[in-house]
Design a protein. Sequence first.
Length: 244
Amino acid sequence: MRLSLSNVCKSYGQNQVLNSLSIETPEFHSLAVIGPSGGGKTTMLRIIAGLERPDCGEVRINGELLVFDDISLLHHRRSVGTVFQAYNLFPHLTALENILLPLKHAHGYSQVSATQTARTVLERFQLGAHADKKPAQLSGGQLQRVAIARAIATKPRFLLFDEPTSALDPEMTSEVLDIITELREEGRDLVLITHHMSFARTAADYCLFMANGRIIEDGPIEPMFTQPNSPELQRFLGRVMRYQ
Ligand SMILES: Nc1ncnc2c1ncn2[C@@H]1O[C@H](COP(=O)(O)OP(=O)(O)OP(=O)(O)O)[C@@H](O)[C@H]1O
Ligand SMILES: [Mg+2]
């Protein structure tokens, strides 16, 4: 896929979070977004997901202009798979029901075909035995697997991940990172905000480094790590790679 953002700005009150952000990526399959906390990564991803409107600027995905009226946004959101750090599962519904809900209500599946699709994705992520459990009865890793299962059940055009492992312990983190690797190897396009630099390096083919609401540097992943150009990226990598 390709992403193109042109002079995108977004403020919350006095706080300018995206500061005339522009980027035009080449074709990629897996894009890693890295950068310091508060730099605007999540805000940019939410705009790409159609969950947030920019105050100005243009967003194109594969050359197609994203239109920010209610109807267009609704269609767009339904075509994208999103997985965020806090699971976003409904606590009163079982794992199975959480996956059924968007299939039936947003995508028009019948009860029978939705159930069939949901059971298939649950099995795929070894969650078959947990289908009838509610979120409170599942571990963090299982919850995140349900969230990923729900995201891919609707056959999205691409997947967006925002620090999907930040709430997980190391073992569950590997479990979820393995799934993301698998999805990538299947040829799904994805955008991933992550603070796992070694994972970004193996899983992504292109990288954006964001700070202070702008893209400071972008390029194919490996040279970004081995030959960072900007002092900001050099400083950032110096800090975060110390304990990797
Ligand atoms: N809904 C909101 N209302 C008000 N301020 C917000 C909102 N969302 C984000 N912000 C502010 O925007 C700035 C950028 O936030 P954002 O979450 O995009 O950064 P980030 O790069 O994802 O950071 P982190 O790595 O900590 O997740 C922060 O100062 C944050 O407080
Ligand atoms: Mg964030």
